[in-house]
Every structure is written in C-alpha cells, then in structure tokens.
Design a protein around this ligand. Structure first.
Ligand SMILES: O=C(O)CCC(=O)C(=O)O
Length: 264
C-alpha cells in the first residue's frame, strides 16, 4: 500500500473535529512499507551501534524495571535525533508536519523526541499527562505523534489513552506536583488502546492522560515519539528544553543518591 500524497496529509475537518473532541486522532498507513522498513532497520542499528551509550549514568538513556524480577532494563533513548538521521528525517517529514500544523493552524516546532524500545518484561507506564503541571513555561500546545515501529498490541503493552480529558490538568486538589496520577482520576470506560501497525501514526494532546501495561510478549515494542509545540507558544525551544530537562533529571538522580550523571 502506498502512503498518501502530501496534499492529503493534513487532517481533514472530520479528523480535526475528532482531535478537538477526544484529544487524539489515528491516521492509518501514513507511511509506506519501504519507509517503515527503513525505520525498523534504524531501530536495530541504534542498539547495535550505540552499546557504549547504554549506561544508567547517561542522561540520554532511561531504564525500566522488569515487571517480575524488578531488574532495570534499557528502555529509551531521549533524545534520539542527534544519533539517528533517520529519526530526524521522520521528525521533519512533511506529512507529519502537515498533520501537526493542521491542528495548530500555524507552524510547528519540534520540541523533543524519543525512541522507546519497551523490551519484553518492561513494566509499562503509570497514568500521566505529558505536560508537567509543576513545570513553568512548558508549552501548553505540546502534542505527540506516535509512530509504531512494531505492531502495538494489548499483549506487548500498547499505549492506552483516555479520551476527552485534554482540556485540563487532572491532579487531585492540592497536588500540582504529581506527575503520575491516581488511576481513579479517569473513567475506565474512556480508555482507548492504541492498537497500531507500523506505518500508522497516532497524534495525542499533551494533556490526554495515558498509561501502558507491561510488555508480556517475547519481542520488543518499539515506537518513535515525536513531540511538537506551536511556534507562537515559545518558538523553537528544543535545545533549551533538553538543557532544563537534563538539569531536572540530574537533580532527581542526586536526590536518589546517584551522582556523576552525564550526557553523551
Ligand atoms: O509507550 C508506552 O508504553 C507509553 C509511553 C508514555 O506514556 C510516555 O512516554 O509518555
């Protein structure tokens, strides 16, 4: 199957209505099989060629406990574009940019990007909204385009969204500091598992609450997460964001007794 021509990449009025109403939209077959295969090869190469980067001391990397053994397993490169021209190419792909700009009604700026590998056993993510309430200046226009590299299923811990909550923060009263949310702030009937195939793209608002279950399959569940802000909402701030993000991470690690964190 071929991917759509560029002039049909922008969201249609119906898709835009869906996004405004539910806080997410799914576009099937945005990328052709040959493009998907290129991203899949790149995800393999990234692991093979960057073994020396994969270190709990490196702020580029995040580890996640194994759901049964508690053992930390490597899970994320964040950022990834500077070590992956292929990922950088997807982040500036005109079809993705057209989708995002049709939501904003103005130019978009890449804010951050990460490649999640989610290996077998990775425990998954607790419920959260991506925009941290406690972070002054974090753009409210933040949204994410999720590109699955492997099929995302219930078994391998696909991302699960809760529809229609993207107009406000969900922290319980008096707890603006919370990032991970109690499960009861959302209605489980509004849960939408993002069952995606490579080539599809899902776009979700930075306040759309989401979580994911453990990967109980024998394979990786890889996905590229590309996040943007509207240009009028702080302009190009990717570099500044990563500086601040890494300072916050460094402080967080020091509070847990881990010093000597570095970025490479
Ligand atoms: O990919 C997943 O399992 C969820 C990722 C997620 O929630 C996040 O990175 O904010």
């Amino acid at each position: 199957m071929n991917s759509p021509p560029l002039d049909r990449a922008a969201l249609s009025p119906t898709e835009l209505d869906d996004y405004q109403q539910h806080g997410y939209v799914v576009r099937r077959n945005l990328f052709a099989p040959v493009e998907v295969a290129n991203l899949q090869r790149e995800a393999v190469r990234l692991l093979v060629d960057n073994r020396d980067l994969i270190d709990p001391g490196n702020l580029r990397c995040r580890f996640m406990e194994h759901v049964e053994t508690g053992e930390p397993i490597f899970e994320v490169f964040d950022p990834v574009n500077d070590i992956s021209p292929v990922c950088a190419g997807f982040a500036s792909d005109p079809r993705i940019v057209a989708m995002v700009e049709s939501i904003y009604g103005e130019p978009a700026c890449l804010f951050k990007e990460k490649l999640i590998f989610k290996p077998p056993g990775a425990r998954g993510y607790d419920l959260h909204q991506d925009i941290p309430r406690y972070w002054p200046g974090f753009p409210r226009s933040f949204l994410t385009v999720l590109l699955p590299i492997d099929e995302a299923t219930a078994d391998n811990g696909c991302t699960e969204l809760y529809a229609g909550y993207h107009h406000d923060f969900l922290q319980p009263p008096g707890r603006p500091d919370l990032y991970m949310l109690p499960a009861d702030v959302v209605d489980s009937r509004r849960r939408v598992p993002l069952l995606l195939r490579p080539g599809d793209a899902a776009v979700f608002h930075g306040l759309t609450p989401h979580r994911s279950a453990p990967n109980r399959s024998p394979g990786l569940r890889r996905a590229l997460y590309l996040s943007y802000n509207a240009r009028s909402d702080g302009g190009d701030q990717r570099q500044r964001h990563y500086q601040e993000f890494q300072e916050r991470m460094r402080t967080h690690h020091e509070q847990q007794g881990r010093s000597g964190m570095y970025f490479r």
